[in-house]
Design a protein around this ligand. Structure first.
Ligand SMILES: *Cc1c(COP(=O)(O)O)cnc(C)c1O
Length: 374
């Protein structure tokens, strides 16, 4: 059958584009200020570090500015060496990417043929699905258990001979729940050969549970796992875009084949290396987050709202049937959070933990909009 000719001025795009949903980011502060004419706007929608970047990272960027007429290092060697030392890995086990998001796309491009399958929990980070659709692969979604708990068995039950990648976000975005080490062992033990587990540990720096693992022990042991980390969250560098993957060498070598040579800019490489060595900033961020999370729990308890206890820097809050209306009303007061419909959770919002002031402002506004919407 002859395909219809495209209209004038159009070129027929790949068919898979019909299935790609646009990413829906948290609104930036300036946009809400401009649209609603508000002075004070607090953004608790993208799990950014409320303390800002490490001062050391800013200095490193300043120092590197005179050299930006030079191309960046294609391999991010200095950053890889710092990471290897810090994480007890070899540089051959690392790939540095333009944010963790780029690693997700690179993994999809490296491993997924049309008709291949990925297994991903639901709800989870939307970019795994994006990568699969981009490559015309199929997404097999596995609902989380009661209380958004992870179960290895249900993920394993979804794996078949077409499965290439199993995605696991722990702590999970947007639920804040995690998979305990033993359960992860069970998952790995049950995976057939030829399947790679992608362990997204974007939020590992905020975890405290004894039975949490950042997954790197499995990489060191040579298991078929790639761990994703990012400098966008605890390290406070979301705007400059750096992430990395840690995996057995053979996996890294394959990813290198599809990576663009200059994927990570020079300022990002040096900023990330400086942030990595600023242990104090990460510890402060972590402590502020743990405190803020408790403050948020207490406030939500007082308002009689249900929420999921989180191992991360955000909390999923159940607002019920009025959730969308309340989300809009919060925005009108200058508090940007994320509405849950993008994860199939129309009764929920996800709120990032901010500074003490921001958390209190959020709770005050939430109390007001709850009263006003009665
Ligand atoms: C933020 C995030 C990432 C990576 O973000 P980048 O800014 O692209 O580094 C990856 N996975 C999850 C679950 C995230 O929330």
């Amino acid at each position: 059958m002859q395909a219809e000719a495209p209209a004038q001025g159009e070129v027929r795009p790949r068919k898979v584009l019909d299935r790609l949903k646009p990413y829906s980011p948290g609104k930036p502060i300036w946009e809400v200020q401009r649209e609603l004419g508000l002075e004070r706007v607090v953004k608790l929608a993208s799990n950014e570090n409320p303390l800002g970047p490490s001062p050391g990272a800013l200095e490193a960027i300043q120092a590197a500015l005179p050299d930006i007429h030079r191309y960046p290092d294609t391999q991010s060697v200095l950053l890889k060496e710092a990471l290897a030392q810090e994480l007890q890995l070899r540089t051959e086990q690392l790939v540095v990417t333009n944010g963790g998001d780029e690693l997700i796309t690179l993994l999809s491009e490296t491993f997924l043929e049309p008709g291949d399958e990925i297994v991903a929990p639901s709800p989870t980070f939307s970019e795994y699905e994006f990568g699969a659709h981009l490559m015309d692969a199929r997404v097999v979604s596995v609902p989380l258990a009661e209380g958004f708990r992870y179960e290895a068995a249900s993920l394993l039950a979804a794996v078949n001979e077409r499965t290439k990648l199993v995605w696991l976000c722990s702590p999970n975005n947007p639920t804040g729940t995690y998979m305990p080490r033993q359960e992860l062992e069970r998952l790995l033990a049950g995976l057939p050969q030829g399947v790679l587990l992608v362990y997204d540990a974007a939020y590992c720096h905020y975890t405290a549970a004894e039975d949490y693992t950042d997954g790197l022990e499995f990489v060191r042991a040579g298991r078929p796992v790639i761990v994703l980390q990012t400098f966008s969250k605890a390290y406070g560098l979301a705007g400059i875009r750096v992430g990395f993957g840690a995996a057995p060498e053979a996996i890294i070598r394959r990813i290198m084949q599809v990576k663009e040579p200059f994927n990570v800019n020079a300022l990002a490489q040096t900023a990330a290396a400086a942030a990595l060595s600023d242990k104090e900033h990460v510890l402060r961020s972590r402590a502020l987050n743990a405190q803020g999370r408790e403050r948020l729990y207490a406030g939500l308890d007082q308002l009689g709202l249900a929420y999921t206890r989180s191992m991360s820097n955000f909390v999923l809050v159940e607002l019920g049937a009025r959730a969308h209306e309340l989300f809009r009303a919060l925005m009108a007061k200058g508090v940007i959070v994320r509405y849950g419909d993008i994860w199939g959770l129309p009764r929920h919002i996800r709120v990032s933990i901010g500074t003490e002031e921001e958390n209190i402002f959020f709770l005050e506004c939430l109390e007001q909009v709850l009263q006003e919407s009665r």
